[in-house]
Design a protein around this ligand. Structure first.
Ligand SMILES: [Zn+2]
Length: 67
């Protein structure tokens, strides 16, 4: 799927999120990376093989609540 040179990290790489965006739909809360990973606004991911990665990062600037 990725046609970049050098190739982006594959979907099964730990570095998969550093692949380039090929589609970005902030109004729907997701982005598609060139390695086939669907990256959701909450940092959850859907891999091309159907595997789901749970959100793993707080949202920058929005997750801060007073203790
Ligand atoms: Zn790529």
């Amino acid at each position: 799927m990725c046609q970049h040179q050098p190739p982006c990290p594959s979907a099964d790489s730990a570095d998969r999120e550093s692949a380039r965006l090929v589609a970005h739909h902030p109004e729907q809360g997701w982005s598609l990376l060139c390695n086939g990973v669907l990256l959701f606004e909450d940092t959850g991911e859907l891999l091309p093989d159907g595997k789901i990665i749970a959100p793993h990062r707080p949202l920058a600037g929005t997750a801060v609540t007073a203790a």
